[in-house]
Design a protein around this ligand. Structure first.
Ligand code: OGA
Ligand code: ZN
Ligand code: ZN
Length: 530
């Protein structure tokens, strides 16, 4: 086929226009079957990777820059997205972080979540060794998955155990809850007491084990990908079963999941020859999993919380003597939410980078005939808000209020054309911040017109440049406008930002760099409405 061929239905399905997609949510507004069967491209123009397409039904599609060359987006769950490992790969340490850093620092949290995705696990240290803390860890990146064991479960010796994990026995490498479909895709284990002799933990990369099996015995690998295995769990209140293969692959044969649990494997009903083949493969895989070089040994001590991918990493423990107290608490959560949390953290970091670059680049432009640059002016406004003890959202609004002047549009204002920079800045910021930040940005010009109407001293104190732009922006409000402005819910915030704005034109003051404000901006992004 012609390599430049574009599938018309594919291309049209991805039309970004506001008739095809809701501008707020980006969701599609048409039904796929509604496209004409004989849909064809009648004209193509524009850049090679961002074409403009005229369609046989008259529709026009304009694709964004890079659209045709963009790589496929994946969910990160397949083996291609992973770093497969053996124990020796962690000779210089395992992925770990302090709980407080993970909780408070978005970059640290992103690193932990990346490790869970790439390596299949991460260890948090210093999680208070108190009941229920494991739930706080799960909630730091997702949602707790409640099961028949409850919201969380205790791993300690029980008098009447419904699971061998609740005895002192060794537990061989396994994934949890294979008898559930969908299986919980993330598991957390938090150590509260580690006083027993023995009871050391072990982790095995199930993808690495499956990949080794595929390399050494491809037929066995194939058997395990296509044989559904029944898993069962039963106690007085529960009877769960799921039938899934031990190794799950995608349409192209890549490993996507491993389920392995000797304790809860049920009875397969297969013709004898197939049972022979299955058991040969199953036993071979079990021996691969037990290879010492695959098993990463570690000892959880009080305050440690292990987070791992339950579709990939098998966990184990050695037997222990009931000579002290061993107590873990665990819970389940899901990888899709973790992937989402990570993507959002990355998006926010990219947004902060974009803003920081704007301050350092376009922000170096002179600020409307004053003695400070645009960036100095904005950083000074942010610093004044901070010094006044303003809440985070007003510090951010003060810092970012003139973003709408960036890209040379401030020049336009000085040439006598209103660049409507309040709305322009607010619109740009609305991708990341809520109305508590964008509102005062949007209204900070109106606030000047308002203050000039109601406070003669204010008007008298404006700088000459500000007096000039006031004229371009419509002059002081009349009484009716001023009354309407004062009644707006965001009026007081906008006026506060405006006063910091007016005070931020001092060439002799050195305000903190943009980086100083990043943690505050990250917090606000995290709390912005969906
Ligand atoms: C479990 C389990 C491991 C441990 O409860 O599923 O595997 O270290 N526990 O006790
Ligand atoms: Zn387990
Ligand atoms: Zn300003």
């Amino acid at each position: 086929m012609d390599p430049t061929h574009l599938s018309p239905h594919w291309l049209r399905d991805n039309c970004p226009c506001t008739g095809c997609r809701d501008p707020r949510s980006g969701q599609k507004l048409f039904q796929i079957h509604e496209l004409p069967d004989d849909l064809a491209i009648t004209a193509r123009s524009g850049p090679a990777d961002a074409p403009e397409i005229r369609w046989s039904d008259g529709h026009l599609s304009r694709y964004p820059a890079g659209f045709l060359d963009a790589p496929a987006e994946t969910d990160g769950r397949g083996e291609d997205a992973k770093r497969l490992w053996q124990a020796a790969d962690f000779a210089r340490g395992i992925p770990e972080a302090a709980w407080a850093a993970h909780r408070d620092d978005p970059d640290e949290r992103a690193a932990v979540l990346t490790a869970v995705l790439r390596s299949g696990f991460a260890l948090l240290r210093g999680v208070p060794a108190e009941e229920g803390q494991v739930l706080a860890v799960a909630r730091s990146f997702g949602f707790v998955r409640e099961t028949n064991y409850g919201e969380l479960f205790d791993v300690r010796v029980e008098p009447d155990p419904n699971n061998l994990a609740f005895t002192t026995t060794a537990v061989a490498p396994h994934t949890d809850n294979p008898y559930r479909d969908p299986v919980p895709t993330l598991q957390l284990l938090h150590c509260l007491h580690d006083a027993a002799t023995g009871g050391d933990s072990g982790l095995v990369d199930g993808f690495a084990a499956a990949a080794a099996l595929r390399a050494e015995a491809p037929d066995d690998f194939a058997v395990l990908t296509r044989t559904p295995v029944p898993f069962v769990f039963r106690d007085r209140r529960t009877e769960l079963r799921a039938e899934r293969p031990l190794i799950e692959t995608d349409g192209s044969g890549r490993i996507r999941g491993v389920r392995f649990n000797n304790r809860s494997t049920g009875t397969l009903r297969l013709p004898a020859a197939e049972a022979d083949a299955f058991y040969a493969a199953y036993r071979r895989f079990a021996r691969v999993i037990l290879r010492p070089e695959l098993r990463l040994g570690l000892r959880l001590t009080a305050g440690d919380c292990l987070i791992f991918d339950n579709t990939r990493v098998l966990h184990a423990r050695t037997a222990f003597a009931q000579d002290g107290r061993r107590h873990l608490q665990g819970c389940y959560a899901d990888l899709d939410s973790l992937v989402s949390a990570l993507a959002v953290l990355r998006r926010r970091a990219a947004a902060l980078d974009e803003l920081e670059e704007a301050f350092e680049g376009e922000g170096a432009a002179e600020y409307l005939g004053e003695d400070v640059t645009l960036a100095q002016h904005m950083r000074q406004a942010g610093a004044l808000a901070e010094a006044a003890g303003a809440p985070d959202h007003l510090v951010a609004a003060a810092l970012l209020h003139d973003l709408g002047h960036f890209g040379g549009s401030g020049q336009e204002l000085m040439e006598g054309r209103d660049n409507r920079h309040g709305s322009a800045g607010a619109d740009r910021l609305a991708r990341w911040f809520g109305p508590d930040v964008t509102g005062p940005v949007r209204l900070h010009v109106a606030a000047k017109r308002y203050l000039c109407a109601v406070e003669p001293e204010y008007a008298a104190g404006l700088s000459p440049a500000s007096v000039y732009t006031l004229g371009v922006q419509g002059g002081p409000m009349d009484a009716v406008e001023a009354e309407a402005f004062a009644a707006l819910p965001g009026a007081a915030d906008a006026v506060a930002v405006r006063r910091w704005d007016d005070g931020a034109k001092d060439a002799a003051t050195e305000a903190p760099p943009f980086a100083h404000f990043r943690p505050l901006l990250a917090r606000l992004m995290a709390h912005a409405p969906a």
